[in-house]
Design a protein around this ligand. Structure first.
Ligand code: GRF
Length: 205
């Protein structure tokens, strides 16, 4: 039985698409069983529908409080019994219920802990760094503060604007996310403090 992924999206969903494409090969060891969003009408949901993957939408504004939203999102994710939840461009901070119920990984378009938050690419550019990149990390209660699993660097080029730099980062991000999620599915992982190791204990790569 393959490892079950629920992917959360808020936008174009190209990272989701990379996971959907990877899942087509059984050797990947994981498949996307549902896609959740915090808003309607986004390309990420269309990509899921095209792949015949069930979708759900939980908007914060449809709930009386953020806690109720957290509860509803947890219940909806739980229906799909995921082994791992992947936040792939999901632009909401997950609440304690979701985080207490599932392992969650996130992909972030900067080399954490630099440039946490929603405007990482813009802030890296305006700071003037020459190298930025992307990070796949476990999600904890903070904003982009969870233990790092993997990172890859991307050089800033003269003349880059936010869009061109983000596109180059996303090309790397999609490959890294697929690689890491696949390894987590096939080989498992252990966490000790802030150190995440892929592979089972005694079989560490
Ligand atoms: C990615 O760069 C992700 O790290 C950031 O938003 C982007 C989402 O892209 N939070 P997509 O929706 O997967 O195309």
């Amino acid at each position: 039985m393959s490892f079950r992924l629920v992917v959360l999206v808020s936008g174009s969903g190209t990272n989701l698409q990379a996971l959907l494409d990877a899942s087509a090969d059984e050797a990947f060891g994981a498949r996307v069983v549902a896609v959740g969003a915090d808003r309607d009408g986004i390309e990420g949901l269309t990509r899921a529908e095209r792949a015949d993957v069930p979708t759900f939408v939980q908007k914060v504004g449809d709930h009386a409080t953020r806690e109720k939203w957290d509860e509803a999102l947890t219940a909806q994710i739980a229906e799909f019994k995921p082994d791992l939840v992947v936040s792939a461009g999901f632009m909401k901070i997950l609440g304690p219920r979701v985080l207490g119920s599932f392992s969650v990984v996130n992909t972030h378009p900067a080399l954490l802990p630099a440039f946490q938050g929603a405007h990482a690419v813009r802030e890296a550019l305006s700071y003037g760094v020459r190298v930025t990149g992307c990070t796949v990390h476990l999600v904890d209660a903070g904003v982009d503060t969870g233990p790092v699993i993997a990172q890859e660097a991307v050089a800033v080029q003269d003349g880059d604007d936010e869009e061109s730099l983000h596109e180059r980062i996303k090309t790397v991000e999609r490959r890294l996310l697929v690689e890491i999620v696949g390894r987590m599915a096939r080989d498992g992982w252990t966490v000790s403090g802030r150190t995440v190791r892929l592979g089972r204990a005694g079989n560490r790569s």
